[in-house]
Design a protein around this ligand. Structure first.
Ligand code: AHR
Length: 319
């Protein structure tokens, strides 16, 4: 049905030659859901990037379920889209559906999460180095704590997702040669505020009313914001009694930082679609093969970085 890459290339070239740009491109986007402020921003930015380029974006919200993503991808294949973007909720179980897309010569680009499968099955992956993100967070904590003893509680992302696996790994690597800092509890908070708060409440109960906790490491800012709420309700001060380090750099964490209630975050850009569409357009034009991994930056922000100014600069960017 869609052995159409060659045909499309001709049409696409004709389009470019006539100065019409890539208006005829139709791209399916299987998004995970809307679990976090970062995810909402990624959705907004992807839609904006598509509109800017005249791409017809078919959007499907998987409500956190891999089976819904697989169904959506099959639907995109049946519609004969020109390409597929997918933010894979978990790292495993993608081989069959990606093979189906490959057989129909529909390029697939992974956004923000990696998968455990042969890289022949997709054109490229636009993601951060998630192990590095965890390491940056851990290195910050190690430096901030120095030689003092410190019990850390960890709020993990969605079980089986690449950021949950890799951010844990990177953080543990940073702590490996610092015996004074120990992860005493670690549980998933599903990347959401509600679950982050709930799990933090249970950690506080289990750890002497919170007195025995020195720091929270949350795999995203939304869970950190939930944890901050739980800490305050327990009568403790987040940011000082219990240090808070997390990942994403969404506006709300900068507000918390400005109020002295959070300490550090590692930035993840929500603009994965910009680089994805750039390489896709080049590929469809003349088969320019992109690298298999397009790595985005991971910048550390702390309370020393004028958090209120960062909050103001970010708050209207789709978060
Ligand atoms: O895959 C990226 C992660 O997914 C973000 O850090 C988190 O907020 C989101 O839900």
């Amino acid at each position: 049905m869609k052995k159409a890459l060659a045909a499309f290339t001709v049409a696409f070239s004709a389009c470019l030659a006539s100065g019409v740009s890539a208006q005829s491109l139709t791209v399916g986007f299987s998004q995970i859901g809307s679990e976090s402020g970062w995810r909402a921003a990624e959705t907004t930015v992807t839609k904006q990037e598509a509109e800017k380029r005249g791409i017809d974006l078919k959007f499907a919200d998987a409500q956190q379920k891999q089976e819904n993503q697989i169904k959506a991808i099959r639907g995109f294949i049946a519609q004969g889209v020109d390409a597929i973007l997918v933010a894979p909720v978990v790292a495993t179980g993608w081989e069959s559906v990606l093979q189906e897309a490959k057989e129909e010569e529909i390029p697939v680009i992974l956004l923000d999460r990696q998968i455990e499968a042969s890289d022949d099955l997709y054109l490229t992956a636009v993601t951060s180095d998630q192990v590095h993100e965890g390491k940056v967070a851990g290195d910050w904590l190690v430096k901030d704590i120095g030689d003092k003893p410190c019990n850390v509680v960890e709020l993990q992302g969605t079980t089986g997702s690449s950021p949950a696996i890799n951010r844990k790994k990177g953080f543990e690597e940073a702590l490996a040669s610092h015996d004074n800092i120990k992860i005493t509890r670690s549980q998933t908070g599903d990347f959401t505020r509600t679950k982050g708060k709930e799990v933090m409440e249970s950690f506080i109960k289990a750890e002497g009313g919170g007195q025995d906790i020195c720091a929270v490491y949350a795999h995203n800012d939304d869970m950190a914001v939930g944890a901050i709420q739980a800490i305050k309700e327990a009568g403790l001060k987040p940011g000082s009694d219990i240090k808070i380090v997390s990942i994403d750099a969404v506006p709300d964490i900068f507000k918390a930082m400005a109020e002295g209630e959070a300490n550090a975050t590692v930035e993840l850009t929500p603009n994965m679609a910009g680089p994805a569409f750039d390489v896709l357009e080049a590929y469809l034009k003349d088969k320019t093969e992109p690298p298999k991994w397009i790595q985005t930056e991971s910048k550390l922000y702390t309370a020393a970085d004028d958090p209120m100014a960062v909050y103001e600069a970010k708050k209207d960017l789709g978060y």
